[in-house]
Design a protein around this ligand. Structure first.
Ligand code: ARG
Ligand code: ZN
Length: 877
């Protein structure tokens, strides 16, 4: 352990910056071993800070070497400045001055992938959240906004493409024959939105005509062997640009918009002004190499980063505690966009399923934090599901409370009022409130209170008056640092069904409707529905109107009714999940006791009806057929018995497969698509239903099914079908699984993104020697510890292998801990992310829990990066 541990910073300590930087002029002299960065910062004291003689303190990184510093062209002697850890401190300054700094960095040795680094043959940057300080000394905080001019000097033969934010304004040669390119971005921005790219890249060009008839040049850059895989992203970009004009009235502002794909990237993508940089796994797509899920992800991320141009760039965050201001809002925007492009219900089911699995787990664990955190040690650890996905749910609830029209008035006011500013979540809510007149004062607690609220519902029906009552109670469990909670303003969308499944109109507060948004604001509250003639079945929390855990004692009969008849498609899915969870819970308990598993599954009846109803959306049927995942069942369980959950899922799946074998075979055949691959909602739906039907059919052990699987693997004209066949083979212990895996690698070894899928699937296998397999993968020529996608594939895949990761002797945990320790210094962000499965130790069955805890303690004894230290120490607290 270190002598002194990193300390937390607090939202309550926020102060405006003592200095401002009106203009930032950067020059990069890019070379193979060293890069020289010269900055000229046009600075002045910030009037809003008040009269002060405070010293100028600039942020830097330990690896940034200062060559020289000058104030108004007067070279500062060493006694007029000092470097303390990673800060550059200049004691005496004028009220207004130009600070010149010359620094040296070594991008090729930058393994953190923050700041300026090398990815294959190119230079690229990642500056959010605090990466810019690894390039040069700066006021690296989002409320310091500056106009950037960037000069790039490099050898044109090696780096014919040299890009930065804004517009290219000049191009020339140095005396030594190097090329000089100057970029200017007229929009003031914080340093986290700065970007630079240089390399030998291919480009795809296109244009977009805005609603006011301006012509925007669109460019996507990749290494030359990938340029044939950007057409889908380009079309998605144009759809996003149009959608933001129509839906939010937001037009693009610069004359050029560029996207670059890089292979080594810590996250998905980054919204740098005018120059988005993407992990190539989130941008490239072709039918042969890309699955349907990835097509949808590419579209969503292209849209997300584009939408940030307004929600994030034109209006940015005052400080990093406000991260959800841009991320929650932008996720909400990209979710709505995808819903508009495809199916609203399918998209909602996918998003909620993810939220309930992963965000709920985060909210119940040691890293639980409010959507607007009150403190952090390392901001990179707060790019979380809570800030992103729960943050999006908060914006969605505002949308529900205001209605579409007033919400749009609110977003218009927000963008108008705060254009060019760095603001807070409070400012966002204030704009929504001011434009709509809807009181959001209690609602705002959603930003400051962590934990998932539990809403418990009971009901009663009075025959004589036709009155139905819902009594709702809310309770939010304690989370670290927040022992008690206040009641939240929770919008609960409710409809009522007759016992025959028809939609019922009922009155609430004198308003008759089939669908009501109830405002649960107190700890306990009663809602009265009148005008009924018989006891209804409630459809609660329609479209998942709030991110809460709903408790209501539904009978299996009620759930089957909702599954077959609810007009709310989301709740049909939800009913099927609840039915399955109820049955799986029984089975899990049998497995924990060591009993033989047995159940009369009600799902058979429900599934049978679905499989023979040709009028249903095949995508919805596929979602309903998917049993609750191992991860979701783990979130619900306390304590978690991983092997029992796995056994229960397998048992139920086999039961359903055997009971409905003929239906699955028929559906498999009916939904085959003949003809060329298309990533349309319709075709994706057919493929998803076909492939889940195949997975059930294969589960029966039927020879014919097993042959069909091999045929599909061999003859598929697209990656979705080929990879589905392979995954099913691997997870059903198909006799040819190993052979197919080998054939797949053989076929795709020259496509790194496909190889990553192969790595993940190989690592996730359930087998006696799973740990040996994954250790073998780390030695495989296709593996590379420097590449986050590969690390995530292998270790993420391994985390899904119950027999491997949760091996009884703890060797799976030990293995993961070893990898975290190895990556801790090289790439702290990735190392910290890898800790997530270990943070669940308290909920694990006792024998495993102690073993997992011991590995966290072993990690904590190392000399840790801030990133890993924060997660591990909080997990053990
Ligand atoms: N702002 C990026 C997005 O669109 C994510 C950047 C994450 N960077 C980081 N260092 N955590 O979501
Ligand atoms: Zn984002």
């Amino acid at each position: 352990m270190k002598e002194s541990q990193p300390s937390a910073i607090y939202l309550k300590d926020y102060k405006v910056p003592p200095f401002l930087i009106d203009k930032t002029e950067l020059t990069f002299d890019l070379d193979e071993t060293t890069t020289i960065v010269t900055s000229r910062l046009h600075m002045r004291r910030n009037p809003a800070f008040g009269k002060s003689t405070a010293p100028l303190i600039l942020d830097g990184g330990e690896e940034v070497k200062l060559i020289g510093v000058a104030m108004d062209d007067y070279e500062l002697p060493p006694e007029e400045y000092r470097i303390s850890e990673d800060k550059l401190i200049i004691t005496a300054t004028a009220d207004e001055f130009v600070l010149t700094c010359e620094t040296l960095i070594e991008p090729q040795n930058n393994t953190r992938l923050e700041g300026l680094y090398r990815s294959s043959s190119m230079f690229c940057t990642q500056c959010e959240a605090e990466g810019f300080r690894h390039i040069t000394y700066y006021l690296d905080r989002p409320d310091v906004m500056s106009v950037f001019t960037t000069t790039i000097i490099a050898d044109e033969a090696r780096y014919p493409v040299m890009l930065s934010n804004g517009n290219e304004v000049e191009r020339g040669k140095t005396d030594e024959g190097k090329t000089v390119v100057v970029w200017h971005d007229p929009f003031p921005k914080p340093a986290y939105l700065f970007a630079l790219v240089a390399g030998n890249l291919a480009v795809k060009n296109d244009v977009f005509i805005t609603q006011s008839q301006r012509e925007i040049k669109l460019q996507i850059f990749t290494e030359s062997h990938n340029i044939d895989k950007v057409d889908y992203a380009m079309e998605a970009l144009k759809r996003s640009m149009r959608w933001d004009e129509v839906t939010y009235g937001r037009e693009y502002d610069l004359d050029i918009f560029m996207i670059v794909a890089v292979d080594d990237f810590n996250m998905g993508a980054m919204e740098n002004k005018g120059l988005n940089i993407f992990n190539s796994s989130c941008l490239l797509a072709s039918p042969e190499t890309t699955t349907d899920d990835t097509y949808l992800r590419v579209e969503a991320i292209v849209a997300h980063e584009y939408f940030h141009n307004w929600s994030g760039n034109r209006v940015t965050c005052r400080d990093w505690f406000q991260l959800s201001l841009k991320e929650g809002f932008t996720v909400f925007r990209d979710q709505t966009f995808s819903a508009d492009m495809h199916s609203e219900t399918v998209k909602r089911v996918e998003d909620v399923s993810f939220l309930k699995t992963a965000q709920f787990a985060e909210d119940a664990g040691p890293m639980a934090h409010p959507v607007r955190p009150a403190s952090f040690i390392e901001i990179s650890n707060f790019y979380t599901l809570t800030v992103y996905e729960k943050g999006a749910e908060i914006v969605r609830m505002i949308h529900t409370l205001l209605g579409a029209e007033k919400f749009r008035a609110g977003s218009d006011l927000y963008f108008d009022r705060h254009d060019g500013q760095a603001v807070t979540c409070d400012d966002f809510v204030a704009a929504m409130q001011d434009a709509s007149g809807v009181d959001l004062s209690q609602f705002k607690r959603w930003y400051s209170q962590a934990g998932t609220p539990v809403v418990t519902v009971t009901d009663s029906y009075e025959e004589s008056t036709g009155t139905y009552r819902l009594i709702m109670k809310q309770h939010t469990p304690a989370t670290p640092g927040q022992p008690t909670k206040l009641p939240l303003h929770i919008p609960v969308r409710v409809g009522l069904l007759s016992q025959q499944g028809g939609a019922l109109s009922a009155q609430v507060n004198g308003v008759a409707a089939e669908d009501h948004v109830l405002h649960l604001k107190a700890n306990e509250q009663e809602f009265v529905f009148t005008g009924l003639t018989s006891r209804p079945v409630p459809s609660l929390l329609r479209s998942f109107s709030a991110p809460v855990k709903l408790r209501y004692e539904y009978s299996a009969k009620d759930l089957l009714l909702l599954l077959s008849a609810d007009s709310d498609g989301f709740n049909r899915w939800s009913a099927s999940q609840q039915l399955a969870v109820n049955e799986l819970t029984l089975l899990i308990n049998q497995a924990i006791k060591g009993d033989e598993l047995s159940i009369e599954s009600q799902l058979i009846q429900g599934f049978k009806a679905l499989l023979s109803d040709a009028a249903l959306d095949p995508a919805m049927v596929a979602l309903i057929l998917a049993l609750p995942s191992q991860a979701y069942l783990s979130e619900l369980a306390d304590p978690i018995y991983p092997a029992a959950i796995k056994q229960a899922r397998q048992y139920l799946k086999a039961q359903l497969a055997n009971a409905l074998s003929a239906d699955f075979e028929r559906v498999y055949r009916e939904h085959k698509i003949h003809g060329e691959y298309q990533a349309t909602a319709e075709d994706i739906a057919h493929r998803s239903l076909k492939n889940i039907a195949l997975s059930y059919w294969v589960e029966t052990g039927d020879e014919l099914a097993q042959q069909e699987l091999v045929t599909q693997f061999q003859t598929a004209n697209n990656m979705t079908d080929q990879f589905s066949a392979l995954s099913i083979a691997v997870h059903s212990q198909h006799p040819k699984a190993a052979e197919l895996l080998a054939a797949f690698y053989e076929q795709w070894q020259s496509e790194p993104l496909v190889v990553n899928k192969w790595l993940m699937l190989s690592a996730s296998q359930e087998q006696e020697n799973a740990l040996a397999t994954v250790k073998g993968l780390l030695e495989h020529p296709a593996f590379d510890l420097k590449n986050p996608n590969k690390v995530r594939s292998v270790l993420g895949g391994f985390g899904q292998s119950v027999s491997g990761f949760h091996k009884a002797d703890g060797s799976g945990y030990q293995f993961l801990a070893d990898q975290i320790i190895l990556l801790n210094k090289r790439n702290p962000q990735i190392a910290s992310r890898l800790c997530t499965p270990l943070t669940r130790w308290k909920k694990l069955q006792p024998e495993l829990s102690v073993k997992m805890k011991a590995e966290l303690e072993r990690i904590l004894a190392e000399n840790l990066s801030k990133d890993v230290y924060e997660v591990v120490s909080k997990s053990l607290a």
